[in-house]
Design a binder for this molecule. Structure first.
Ligand code: PCG
Length: 627
């Protein structure tokens, strides 16, 4: 054991000695470097005499290493600059949103506020849900009265066994109505002198609605004790029709596809007309005597079903019914036909309007595309261009559900437009480096002036040397800053949330500063927001501070990416030729973005899994476009 301990301590000593040796070596090296630097500073001209030339084994490797060291130094400089001025970052990357530093108590208060807001929103949502649920219960009660009171009045449904059941249902419905009148109606919101106020009991009691509600629940049913059990005494319940329309309006306002409910409601009106007619036919048959003539109901089978069948054939004027013979039958049938023609034609017209409104967008899209194709045919536009135009139409429609978003927003008041624009894009804008430090209200103003535009794969969005009249923000897709003799060098790929075209926009026209400094082409399909120079400058007039921030950034960008920097960049990229050029990607694979990251193989992999809708659309169109 002693021997082992000795061995260990010897080894440890050796390690320590080695560490010390290394440290000493390092110190010596540092001292040498310091001396060298001092010499450099003191006598820059005598460098060649003082420092012996380095030994070069391989000039190519040596050059590459020097180049690498230079680039690392440049990168460090850029990072240093960024640390000093956080707004000087480049536009091609959107860093994660960093919250401004807050104290613990501030954070805590914010969290508490957020929780309270969240709780309040949750409570409001629950209340709204409860209101909708209650309104649907009241609507069921209303429909019970409207459909069954008429049927019970005309058909022999009041048998001694059924009467207790009917009484129970009637009482239940009346209870619902009473609860609604006593608890819910006085608490509804209404508009008073332009203000939304929650109704008070006093307000409700003085309203016309209260009077009609009270009239609707007067229990005339009690007269049944004197005159026998009949649903005739429940007809005052029909006055509560307003609750049905209230329910209908609310449902329309919360449904994403309101036309489905509208079609359902119109169908309901049609069915109710048939229901009324079936009731009348039974009453007419009973008046003449069941089965006494060929025309009347013969009393066989299910009375309601047979009469409903008769009503359907009569009102929809299908025909094939037994001929009426008596004056009463002829008059009844004639009135039926007239009502059928007027009521049914208007209801079917209403249905056509509802369906037409639901598909109006699609119809507009088809009509615009057809007229554009007809125009291109008239002027014998080449097939290739026509295909591109068609692809643009289809992609734009599929990706945003309309051809021109601004058309839709134009009809809205400014407040609504602002709310929508802020909701959709403000978060993205706040993350854009270029706008960091700018006034938030300025961003909102800018959002309102944006126009949406779609570029096809390979389209040039910006051409070097052109005058910059607008800047772009990428909504979806990618664009590439390209250069070189045939635009084959890709300088940078910009993704969703990035800005480009701002350099020439932020420079003055003196010395050609307003010219585009690079070519920018759409990589795949690119959905962009366009902000015109005129609009930007109109806005900046009101925000001098933001104007200063943008001007400063414009200068920095020009320095970093302007013509001089671009040339150096291009040469740097060409320098890669030292290692031989990469073999070109096959043409077909190139269409799909090559074999690399995000390329054909990856896309195919993603296709097997679940594709997100945008990418799926893009691949579909890229395929269509390529073929
Ligand atoms: N010149 C240059 N432009 C770039 C670079 N990266 C992104 N861009 C954008 O490409 C745009 C070309 O038009 P602008 O000069 O108006 O603005 C330019 C920049 O927004 C780059 O590295 N160099």
């Amino acid at each position: 054991q002693n021997e082992k301990k000795e061995e260990k301590s010897v080894e440890e000593k050796k390690v320590e000695d080695k560490g010390q040796e290394k440290k000493e070596e390092k110190r010596e090296e540092e001292n040498k470097e310091k001396k060298k630097e001092e010499n450099d500073e003191a006598k820059p001209g005598e460098e060649a005499e003082q420092v012996p030339p380095p030994i070069v084994f391989n000039s190519l490797v040596d050059e590459r290493l020097r180049d690498l060291a230079k680039r690392l130094r440049e990168r460090t400089d850029i990072y240093k600059e960024k640390v000093i001025d956080p707004y000087a970052s480049s536009p091609e990357r959107s860093p994660p949103v960093s919250e401004s530093p807050q104290t613990y108590s501030q954070n805590w208060r914010l969290q508490e506020n957020a929780t309270t807001n969240w709780n309040r929103r949750k409570i409001t949502r629950i209340c709204n849900f409860a209101k909708h649920l209650w309104l649907s219960v009241v609507t069921v009660a209303f429909n019970y009265n409207v459909w069954l009171a008429t049927a019970r009045l005309c058909f022999p449904y009041h048998t001694p066994q059924a009467i207790p059941f009917w009484i129970l249902c009637d009482v239940l419905c009346d209870l619902i109505n009473i609860l609604d009148i006593v608890i819910f109606q006085p608490r509804l919101q209404f508009v008073k002198a332009g203000d939304i106020v929650v109704s008070t009991k006093k307000h409700y009691r003085t309203s016309a609605r209260f009077q009609s509600d009270i009239l609707s629940i007067i229990p005339f049913d009690l007269l049944s004790l004197q005159f026998g059990f009949t649903s005739f005494f429940r007809f005052n319940r029909f006055i509560r029709y307003e609750s049905f329309f209230e329910f209908s309006d609310r449902l329309e306002s919360i449904m994403a596809k309101a036309y489905i409910w509208r079609v359902g409601r119109t169908t309901g009106y049609l069915l109710y007309c048939l229901h009324l007619n079936a009731c009348l036919y039974y009453v007419a048959s009973a008046y003449e005597g069941l089965g006494t003539t060929e025309w009347v109901y013969d009393g066989e089978g299910n009375a309601y079903l047979r009469c409903y069948y008769f009503a359907t054939r009569t009102l929809i004027t299908i025909g094939g019914l037994p001929e009426p013979h008596t004056v009463f039958e002829i008059v009844f049938q004639m009135v039926n036909f007239f009502v059928g023609v007027f009521v049914f034609s208007s209801l079917i017209g209403q249905m056509r309007d509802v369906i037409g409104a639901a598909t109006a967008g699609q119809t507009y899209f088809r009509a615009s595309m057809d007229s554009c194709v007809a125009y291109m045919n008239t002027y014998r536009i080449p097939r290739q261009v026509q295909n591109r135009v068609r692809t643009w139409y289809n992609y734009t429609w599929d990706s945003q559900g309309m051809l021109d978003e601004s058309e839709l927003l134009e009809q809205m008041p400014l407040v609504m437009r602002t709310a929508i624009a802020v909701d959709i894009n403000l978060a993205t804008f706040q993350k854009i480096d270029l706008f960091k430090g700018c006034d938030n209200q300025m961003l909102v103003d800018m959002l309102l002036r944006l126009k949406s535009i779609v570029y096809l794969p390979g389209d040039f969005v910006v051409k070097k040397g052109d005058i910059g009249k607008e800047m772009y923000i990428i909504k979806a897709g990618e664009v590439q800053v390209v250069g070189g003799p045939d635009n084959t060098i890709v300088f940078v790929t910009l993704k969703a949330g990035c800005v480009f075209g701002e350099i020439s926009l932020l420079q003055s026209s003196a010395n050609g500063g307003n010219r585009r400094t690079a070519n920018v082409a759409a990589h795949g399909f690119a959905n962009l927001f366009v902000l015109e120079k005129r609009d930007l400058f109109d806005i900046l007039v009101h925000y001098p501070e933001s104007q200063k921030v943008l001007a400063r950034k414009g200068k920095k960008l020009m320095k970093a990416k302007g013509p001089a920097a671009a040339k150096a960049d291009e040469e740097k990229k060409r320098g890669l030729a030292l290692f031989g050029t990469k073999p070109p990607t096959p043409k077909m694979a190139r269409i799909f973005g090559g074999f690399g990251k995000g390329g054909l193989l990856e896309k195919l992999k993603v296709c097997n899994a679940e594709l997100i809708s945008h990418e799926r659309k893009e691949i579909k169109y890229i395929l269509a476009f390529a073929l």
